[in-house]
Design a protein around this ligand. Structure first.
Ligand code: ACM
Length: 262
């Protein structure tokens, strides 16, 4: 299975140009799974709820159409971030699409910083998507900070975690090594680069998108400050063997009866 990321430099509020960046970077690439950054079409640093709302879409909007077109061109299943409107709420979401359908949307559970002022926290249970004989789970950016997110996806049977991101803290890439190792899952963290100075905030996004293997190996690491794509071949069956050795299993060895997780 060929999986990878597109690391872009989104221009705030310039959807058309942001779509073009993705298309130009991918050129004639063919793959099985492509992960784009969080909010790759809109930019990230909003200064009001109204501003974020005005860029929100549903799963039949402009971004869904673009992603379906991309899926058709690349033959891949594509995961990418967008602002999802549902009634009078908006969510920091990602959708997973093929050339013909939107399989579903994931609404970020753990909102970072002022996202809490614009977005509602995710209100749907974590879920696995079965695509191309593979089980794909989705989490968005700061969700990595909460190990329960990836553990829950692993317990649901995820082989690969699609992880759209707009990272601003310097820890995630290293943390994903442990996250993947202790759950024995693959992950594609698709981050953005560039700066966004808006209102009182000035974010410097950290790039270094990463593909992390089930055994903690880093299979791909992008530059910190350049647009970049990369793809690797993986054998998803490796994520289905949860044994560390003859005696230890990362799922079965848990002592759930003695944990208190509330
Ligand atoms: C983040 O969750 N975008 C920092």
């Amino acid at each position: 299975m060929k999986i990878g990321y597109v690391q872009t430099s989104p221009i705030f509020s310039e959807k058309t140009q942001n779509f073009e960046q993705v298309e130009n970077l991918l050129e004639d690439t063919k793959a099985d799974l492509i992960v784009l950054p969080e909010l790759f079409a809109t930019g990230y640093t909003f200064i009001s709820k109204e501003e974020a709302e005005s860029r929100a879409e549903n799963a039949e909007g402009e971004t869904a159409k673009f992603l379906k077109g991309l899926a058709e061109k690349t033959s891949a299943v594509v995961v990418g971030g967008f602002i999802e409107k549902d009634g009078n709420q908006i969510f920091n979401s990602s959708m997973i699409v093929s050339d013909s359908e939107v399989f579903g949307t994931y609404r970020k559970l753990h909102l970072y910083y002022k996202e809490k002022l614009w977005f509602s926290p995710g209100n749907k249970p974590l879920k696995i998507y079965e695509v191309k004989n593979t089980k794909v789970g989705i989490m968005i950016c700061f969700d990595w900070f909460f190990p329960e997110t990836i553990r829950s996806l692993a317990l649901l049977g995820a082989d690969i975690i699609a992880h759209p991101a707009n990272l601003v803290l310097p820890y995630c890439q290293k943390a994903m090594i442990t996250r993947c190792l202790v759950n024995r899952v693959f992950a594609v963290t698709s981050n953005r680069i560039g700066n966004e100075a808006r209102g009182e905030d000035n974010f410097a996004f950290t790039g270094r998108s990463q593909i992390t293997s089930y055994n903690g190996e880093v299979l791909s690491s992008a530059p910190k400050d350049k647009s970049h794509i990369d793809f690797v071949e993986i054998d998803v069956k490796q994520a289905r063997d949860k044994n560390i050795n003859k005696y230890n299993n990362v799922i079965k060895d848990r002592r759930t009866e003695l944990y208190s997780l509330e």
